[in-house]
Design a protein around this ligand. Structure first.
Ligand code: DQA
Length: 138
């Protein structure tokens, strides 16, 4: 199965950004271990700090992949454009958040993307991405 992993703004700073919330590991390192764990599956990875680039990436992954693991980061809570793009995609999307957004500020409790997602994983750290992959490949 070909799986697209899509990360939103500031997730390029994983490892150094608020490590008490997001941990000490950078995403590129984690991705390598994820790919090794699923050698029979193929991964595409894209990260952007820009909303339009994430919309385009969803469109591209929809053409190229069979499932998407999506952490929209702060755009989760603000972006109608990403909500519409996610709705337009006809392959399954698993929404992932590293932190437990429900233990955090109230503005993080609303996700515009969740209605279009097959499932949502929040608060399990980077392991959430692996669990999302497992949910897609069953
Ligand atoms: C996040 C949670 C969001 O509220 C936040 O803006 C992020 C990361 C997470 O993975 O826990 O940037 O999506």
């Amino acid at each position: 199965m070909k799986i697209g992993i899509l990360n939103g703004p500031n997730l390029n700073l994983l490892g150094s950004r608020e490590p008490e919330v997001y941990g000490h590991k950078g995403f590129e390192d984690y991705l390598q271990s994820l790919e090794q764990r699923f050698p029979e599956h193929e991964f595409r990875y894209f990260q952007s700090n820009e909303e339009g680039a994430l919309v385009n990436a969803l469109h591209n992954f929809a053409q190229d992949c069979e499932g998407i693991v999506f952490n929209p980061a702060a755009f989760t809570h603000t972006s109608l454009a990403l909500a519409d793009a996610a709705k337009s995609v006809d392959i399954p999307i698993i929404e992932v958040h590293i932190s437990n957004v429900y233990q955090r500020e109230g503005f993080r409790h609303k996700s515009y993307v969740s209605p279009a997602a097959k499932g949502v994983i929040t608060g399990l750290g980077l392991q959430g991405y692996e669990l999302a992959v497992r949910a897609l490949i069953v």
